[in-house]
Design a protein around this ligand. Sequence first.
Ligand code: NAD
Length: 292
Amino acid sequence: MREFRDRVAVVTGGGSGIGEALCRHSAALGMKVVIADVDAAAAERVRDSLANEGHVVIAARVDVSQPLEVEELAALAYRTYGSVHFLCNNAGIVPGGRHQAVWEFPLEDWHWAFDVNVMGVVHGLRSFVPRMLVQNTESHIVNTASVAGFVSGSGSAVYSASKHAVVRVSEALYASVREQRAPIGVTVLCPGVVSTRIYDSERNRPERLRPAAGPASEHPELQRIASDLYANAASPDDVAAQVFDAVRERRFYQITTPMYDDAIRARFDAILSRRNPEFPQLLDLARREGAR
Ligand code: NAD
């Protein structure tokens, strides 16, 4: 898609970070924007700021883990603007305690991460793609995964497994729209570390998914490295600019940094040569990234 003016963008998780930047870039290109976020105040803050600049924008409180709420979002977007050309299934969370072993994460973390990160994307596709197919105009869908959808090892197992699933779902979407010759471009966005509030995801954890023992705390050294890492990381604005390049060029994999290429290559080399993998430890990875 190369024409954006007067077209319609819907962004989940649009109240902060990468989602907010996608809303701002969409508006700057002359698109009408629907900002969806489980944090109504965050979505309204972005809406008010864009409306004050003269952009056409609405905000909605939507929990993407709830299929009916995403269905209502699609109905709202089509009722208000008549069509949707740019859908960003971007809302996501990271449960804390990234250094835990895979069997140690509480079940609540698995449910929360898969409900939001994976099913949030699935709900977006189920509610919007059929409408976009009927609409039959040039459009584009961006699903936000992560480099954690390609790199592996012990660290952040729950989040990473959910992002692996987002990559797979996105590949299926890409293949299906091509097979059906639908005019829908697809990008799976795989950012490295980006300076957002993702590290503070616990703010959005629903009460019913709060583990009895409370959310796990981070390893103190990881906590220290991570705060520096996130403060000095790529900006959401850079990431949004890369997304629009990918949309214009119809690029599917948008990996925002080459920093993880060696780890991704080593993993696939091991798979293809039937060698047992050697994964970097999360703390080593973080130390290495922090040192760059
Ligand atoms: P962020 O916390 O700044 O923004 C995420 C937004 O999603 C918030 O506004 C939050 O309120 C919203 N959200 C959370 N749960 C929701 C739900 N159930 N329904 C609707 N909205 C919900 O973080 P971000 O970094 O901008 O995250 C955006 C996406 O980027 C996520 O999918 C994340 O996994 C991915 N990502 C981030 C990084 C990074 O380093 N920041 C790296 C790779 C991938």
